[in-house]
Ligand binder design. Structure first.
Ligand code: BGC
Length: 363
């Protein structure tokens, strides 16, 4: 930059710079240089990261991270491979998120190889975690592609042994995020010995790869800070993205199955974990920062008007409402290159009768 400025000064003052094509080239470079702040601005605006990148850029990491307990599920090496290092060498910290990407082509070739169902393992070492990411999904194709584009390289950089499961109800069924998470948990365990489960909203993207998708001794609320919900007190909030080990999830009987429509199911899980003495841990907000992708109102996911009433009986229901009472029918299971897609039918009558039973008990 300095050389260009000096040259520009010389060019205008003394006409000393190269002539002919070289001069044109130099001039073009000078114009590009002058425009670079503008181009940079346009680029940032076109990315979703515009509101987060700068404030979170210079955060200090792993060495200063709270220790939530190592995932002890994977301590042995196999064959000549060593256990992956505690701090993966390729982490980049904050990375940009490109929402305008609408295909997975960028990932094909780079990550596809022979994997099916999106099960990835680091080739160079034995991963410290066996993580299943469960996404309750409906009708958000673009968000799903943006999430996969972001999350797959992110988890590869973390040297995770992982797979992503996308669980979708039939169109006539009211959305029930928690029930779909339970189904994802059960179905994922049928394919592999996952020890860590990340229950993930489709429209939330982690900003820094220092937010490790691993499970410690205690469950962890991952989406501590969210570009859409800046005012939420994170001590009472367990929504968006949560990491729970297989054993802890089974201990609390998973999520409740009864929250059809929006709201309450994440609060219910938080209570279950508290009652069973699994207090939620959290990264500092600078690490647990997520971008929330924008979307219109979900027609198939109306706000639940019984969620507060359900929360009142949450503790009593815990033993019999959850993994132990799960009922569903698999319609499709497809092992796609980057994720496993599971479409399910849900017997609404079965769950409605449970809701009625608890409502009667309440009166
Ligand atoms: C709902 C939760 C939701 C939170 C933040 C609460 O009232 O019960 O499900 O995550 O608000 O939107």
């Amino acid at each position: 930059m300095r050389t260009f400025l000096v040259c520009l000064w010389k060019m205008t003052a003394f006409q000393l710079c190269p002539r002919g094509p070289k001069k044109k080239l130099l001039l073009a470079l000078l114009v590009a240089c002058a425009l670079s702040p503008v181009l940079k601005y346009v680029n940032v605006v076109s990315n979703v990261v515009s509101d987060v990148i700068s404030p979170w850029r210079n955060i200090a990491f792993l060495e200063e991270m709270p220790d939530f307990g190592e995932d002890t599920s994977q301590t042995k090496t196999t064959g000549s491979k060593q256990l992956c290092p505690k701090k993966a060498p390729n982490l980049v910290g904050v990375s940009s998120i490109n929402e305008s990407l609408v295909t997975l082509e960028g990932l094909i070739g780079k990550y596809i190889s022979s994997r099916t169902g999106g099960h990835f393992k680091p080739p160079e070492c034995v991963s410290r975690t066996k993580t299943a990411v469960i996404v309750a999904y409906r009708n958000r194709q673009r968000h799903l592609v943006v999430l996969l584009n972001h999350l797959i390289p992110f988890l590869v950089r973390q040297q995770a042994d992982f797979a992503i499961f996308v669980v979708e109800p039939l169109p006539n069924v009211t959305f029930n995020r928690a029930l779909l998470m339970n189904i994802g948990f059960v179905e994922a365990l049928k394919t592999y010995n996952f020890t860590c489960f990340i229950f993930h909203d489709v429209d939330l993207l982690p900003v820094t790869d220092h937010n490790l998708y691993r499970c410690g001794a205690t469950p962890r609320h991952m989406a501590v800070s969210n570009s859409k919900l800046d005012n939420i007190s994170f001590d009472e909030y367990a929504g968006g993205v949560v990491a729970v080990s297989r054993d802890v999830y089974q201990h609390v009987n998973g999520h409740s199955n009864l929250y059809f429509g929006w709201g309450g199911e994440d609060d219910d899980l938080l209570y279950r974990l508290q009652w069973k003495h699994h207090p939620m841990s959290r990264y500092p907000p600078a690490i647990g920062r997520y971008i929330a992708l924008k979307h219109a109102d979900d027609k198939g996911n109306p706000v639940s008007d019984i969620r507060l009433a359900l929360l009142e009986t949450a503790e009593k229901r815990m033993a019999e409402d959850g993994l132990t009472s799960l009922k569903y029918k698999i319609i499709h299971r497809e092992y796609k290159p980057f994720y496993t897609w599971i479409q399910v039918d849900i017997d609404m009558k079965y769950y409605s009768s449970m809701v009625s039973k608890w409502q009667q008990k309440q009166h």
